[in-house]
Design a protein. Structure first.
Length: 286
């Protein structure tokens, strides 16, 4: 059997009261019983919110492990590999939705501009356990999904929009309009990286897609993130390589091929240059 990368689950894998809805919500403790395969490393082709109300544990997202505690609110974009370890008393909610579902009513770049859906921020917001701003909205999402009524999609989408907008308030707003534009361009660059990292490796390529010069993109990344655009390109490729080495049985040559490297030996040198170790040594350490 050909070794594979972590599975990418679709929304259709999680049936609810209505068939083929582009959104989903359930209690976490019920969700993990109904779908036990979600405890193993996997990715999604949709967006995900995870809100913890009780208990503890860990949540590993792209090889970084975060604490689970009451008030934790996690945000995952499509393609991120994750898995969790929950204590028996852990309670909470999971919310899934497709980009098209959200953008149908809230078009434009708003979904992609939320700070928690880009790689420049950690994927978790630690709220106080007693917060009563976002939790009631999550509970309303669950109630709405559990008891289908007229206009369910519109009501669900409205609660979801409020959750995301309120969560965004917990991130510092740009001091100036210029800083806000810089952040937006960085997020657009991150979104393009997620789409093209297998085939595009030059700063010039991404600058062209963003309609700016390579020098401007590099200066922007240095100012906002204290990294060059090349640094971010290499980090994205290495992150995907580490995902595949950690969560699949693919050989090093197969990982190189998946990432667009024609020469496996060059991939090994590339990986060692940016991580200080070989792909095989990294896999053994994991």
């Amino acid at each position: 059997m050909k070794p594979t990368a972590p599975p990418v689950l679709a929304l259709a894998s999680f049936p609810g009261p209505l068939a083929h809805t582009p959104y989903y919500c359930d209690r976490l403790e019920q969700h993990v019983v109904r779908f036990p395969h979600v405890n193993a490393p996997h990715a999604h082709d949709f967006y995900l919110l995870l809100y913890i109300t009780e208990g503890a544990g860990t949540h590993t997202v792209d090889l970084v492990t975060y604490e689970l505690r009451p008030g934790s609110l996690f945000f995952l974009a499509p393609g991120q590999v994750h898995h969790w370890h929950l204590t028996p008393e852990t309670r909470g909610f999971v919310v899934f939705f497709s980009a098209d579902f959200y953008l149908f009513r809230y078009p434009g770049s708003g979904l992609y501009d939320f700070p928690f859906f880009d790689s420049t921020h950690p994927p978790v917001l630690y709220l106080t356990p007693a917060e009563m701003e976002i939790r009631p909205l999550i509970e309303r999402l669950f109630a709405e999904f559990s008891s289908p009524q007229a206009n369910q999609a519109e009501v669900f989408r409205s609660y979801l929009h409020l959750c995301l907008e309120l969560a965004a308030r917990h991130y510092a707003a740009p001091a100036t309009a210029e800083a806000g534009l810089a952040q937006q361009q960085i997020r657009q660059f991150g979104a393009l990286l997620n789409q093209h990292y297998r085939t595009r490796r030059s700063v010039r390529d991404y600058a062209a897609l963003l309609h700016v010069t390579a020098n401007h993109l590099n200066a922007l990344c240095r100012r906002v993130l204290n990294k060059t655009a090349s640094d971010l390109i290499h980090e994205r490729i290495i992150t995907e390589a580490q995902r595949l080495l950690s969560h699949s049985a693919l050989g090093v040559a197969q990982v190189a091929y998946e990432l667009g490297f024609e020469d496996a030996s060059y991939f090994v040198r590339y990986f060692r240059k940016y991580t200080g170790t070989t792909p095989e040594a990294f896999r053994q350490q994991r």
